[in-house]
Write a protein that binds this ligand. Structure first.
Ligand code: NDP
Ligand code: HSE
Length: 436
C-alpha cells in the first residue's frame, strides 16, 4: 500500500519533535497505522535556522501554501500557532481535500465550529488531540472512552507553563519571571506567554474539553479566565498551612442552572492527587455518572510529549484512509445535529468556596465586622488564621476559608469589606474546590 504523505507547517518545538518521533518510531507507527507514514515537505519562516530535527529528506519551503496546495499530500500538520494565518491555511487545506492535524487550541477554541463544519462538508478529518494537555490522550478518553457516561464535571491542570511556574515558586522560592524564562527556553510557553500566565491558553483548552464533554458549541467568549500573576509566595505558604495547595485549574461543571466554564487559581486539599501534579505535568479529573471519577496525567507541554499526541492523530487518520471510513467519531464527540446550546453561567453565578486574605489593623472588633459582612451575604466561614503582626507593626494578615457560596454574594461582601477603615489594600480572593 502507498505511504501516507505528510506536509508539516511549522518546524518549531512541536513540528521538530513530531518529525523526530515519526522518524525514530517509524516501524512501530506503521505497524499501528497499517501504512508507512512519510514527511515529504515542511515549511518554516526562516530556513537558515538550525532545526531540532533532521530535514535532509524533507522538501523545505517558506511558503506554507506550497504544502497545502501539493496534490501529493494526504495530511497537513498545522504546527504554526496563532489564529489568523493558521485559520486560512487550515480552511484552504480542507477545501483542497486534505485531512488536518493541529496542536492549536486557540484556533480550535475560537474557530473550531467553522472549521469542523467545513471539514464535515468536505468529508475530511480535523484532529486536535495535541491541543489539550500536551501528551495526555484526553480528547480520545472523553470523546470515545467515556461515551457511555453522562459527564458531571471536569477539573484540570491544563497549562504546563503555569504549573511549572507555581511549582518552582513553591518548592524553590524562585522568582516568577525567572521561571517563566526557563519555561520559554524549554519550549513550553506560547509565543505570547501572557496566554499561559493570564489563563487564556487554559481557557482555550477548557472550552474544547467542555464542548466534547457536554456536547455544546465552542464559545470561548463565555469562559471566565483568571491567571496566576497575582499569586504571592505568602498565599502559597498560608494555603499550605491550612492543608491546601494552590493550583491553576480549569473547571467545567454541568449544573441545573447551566454550565460553569472557569479558569482560575484554586485551593485544593493537599491529599487530592491533582494537588500533587507538579512541574510541567498536567492532569484532568473527569467526574462521570457511570464510571465515577477518572484521572488522566502526563506531560502537558514539550516537544516529544506533544508529538506523541500529534502522531496519534496522524495514525487515526491513516487508519481511516486505509479503512476508507471517514469521521466515524464526530469532531466534537456528539453528532452534529445533537450539539445543544445549553445556558452558560456567568462567573457571578458560579458556586464555589473561597480563600480570603486581608490585611487589617490589629484592634478589637475588626474581625467581628468582617464576619458580620460575610454573614449578611449568607457566607459561612470554614476556618480562620490570624498571623502575628511583625514587630513594630499594627497590621496583621487574616486568612479565611469559606464554605461554598454564589460568586455574586462574595463579590458584594468583598466590596463592603474593602471599604472598612480597618482593612488596608486589596482583599486577595482565591477560589477553593474540594473536588470530592
Ligand atoms: P514554535 O514557535 O516553536 O514553532 C512555530 C513554527 O511555525 C516555527 O517553525 C515557525 O517558523 C513557524 N511559523 C510561525 N509563524 C509562521 C508564519 N507566519 N509563516 C510560516 N511559518 C511560521 O511553536 P510551538 O511548536 O511551540 O507551537 C506550535 C503550536 O503547537 C501552537 O499552536 C502551540 O499552541 C501548540 N502547542 C505547543 C506545545 C508546546 O509544548 N510548545 C504543546 C501543545 C500545543 P520559524 O521556526 O522559522 O520561526
Ligand atoms: N503553552 C502550553 C502550556 C503548551 O504550557 O501548557 C501546551 O499546550
Amino acid at each position: 500500500m502507498k505511504p501516507v504523505k505528510i506536509g508539516v507547517l511549522g518546524l518549531g518545538t512541536v513540528g521538530g519533535g513530531t518529525v523526530n518521533v515519526l522518524k525514530r518510531n517509524a516501524k512501530e507507527i506503521s505497524r499501528r497505522a497499517g501504512r508507512e507514514i512519510v514527511v515529504t515537505c515542511a515549511s518554516a519562516r526562516d530556513l537558515t535556522r538550525k532545526r531540532s530535527c533532521d530535514t535532509q529528506d524533507i522538501r523545505l519551503s517558506t511558503d506554507p501554501y506550497e504544502i497545502i496546495n501539493d496534490s501529493e499530500i494526504d495530511i497537513v500538520l498545522e504546527l504554526i500557532g496563532g489564529t489568523s494565518l493558521a485559520k486560512e491555511l487550515v480552511l484552504q487545506a480542507i477545501a483542497n481535500g486534505k485531512h488536518v492535524v493541529t496542536a492549536n487550541k486557540a484556533l480550535i477554541a475560537l474557530h473550531g465550529n467553522e472549521i469542523f463544519s467545513a471539514a464535515s462538508k468536505a468529508n475530511v478529518i480535523v484532529a486536535y488531540e495535541a491541543a489539550v494537555a500536551g501528551g495526555i490522550p484526553i480528547i480520545k478518553a472523553i470523546r470515545e472512552g467515556l461515551s457511555g457516561n453522562h459527564i458531571n464535571w471536569l477539573a484540570g491542570i491544563i497549562n504546563g507553563t503555569g504549573n511549572f511556574i507555581l511549582t518552582e515558586m513553591r518548592d524553590k522560592g524562585r522568582d516568577f519571571n525567572d521561571v517563566l524564562k526557563e519555561a520559554q527556553a524549554l519550549g513550553y510557553a506560547e509565543s505570547d506567554p501572557t496566554f499561559d500566565v493570564e489563563g487564556i491558553d487554559a481557557g482555550h483548552k477548557l472550552m474544547i474539553l467542555a464542548s466534547i464533554a457536554f456536547g455544546i458549541p465552542l464559545q470561548f467568549e463565555n469562559v471566565y479566565t483568571e491567571g496566576i500573576t497575582k499569586i504571592t509566595r505568602a498565599d502559597v505558604e498560608y494555603a499550605n498551612e491550612l492543608g491546601y495547595r494552590i493550583k491553576h485549574l480549569g473547571i467545567a461543571r454541568k449544573t441545573k442552572a447551566g454550565i460553569e466554564l472557569r479558569v482560575h487559581p484554586t485551593l485544593i486539599p493537599e491529599r487530592r492527587l491533582l494537588a500533587n501534579v507538579d512541574g510541567v505535568m498536567n492532569a484532568v479529573l473527569v467526574n462521570a455518572d457511570a464510571v465515577g471519577p477518572t484521572l488522566y496525567y502526563g506531560a502537558g507541554a514539550g516537544a516529544e510529549a506533544t508529538a506523541s499526541a500529534v502522531i496519534a492523530d496522524v495514525v487515526d487518520v491513516a487508519r481511516a484512509l486505509t479503512l476508507n471510513s471517514i469521521n466515524k467519531v464526530p469532531h466534537l464527540a456528539f453528532q452534529e445535529d445533537s450539539i445543544a446550546d445549553l445556558h452558560i453561567l456567568t462567573h457571578e453565578q458560579i458556586e464555589t468556596a473561597y480563600y480570603l486574605r486581608l490585611t487589617v489593623e490589629d484592634k478589637p472588633g475588626t474581625l467581628a465586622q468582617i464576619t458580620q459582612i460575610l454573614a449578611q451575604q449568607n457566607i459561612s466561614i470554614e476556618a480562620i488564621l490570624q498571623k502575628e503582626p511583625l514587630p513594630d507593626q499594627t497590621l496583621v494578615q487574616i486568612i479565611m476559608l469559606t464554605q461554598k457560596t454564589i460568586e455574586k454574594e462574595m463579590d458584594d461582601a468583598i466590596s463592603t469589606i474593602k471599604n472598612l477603615s480597618s482593612v488596608t489594600g486589596q482583599v486577595t480572593r482565591i477560589r477553593l474546590e474540594t473536588l470530592g
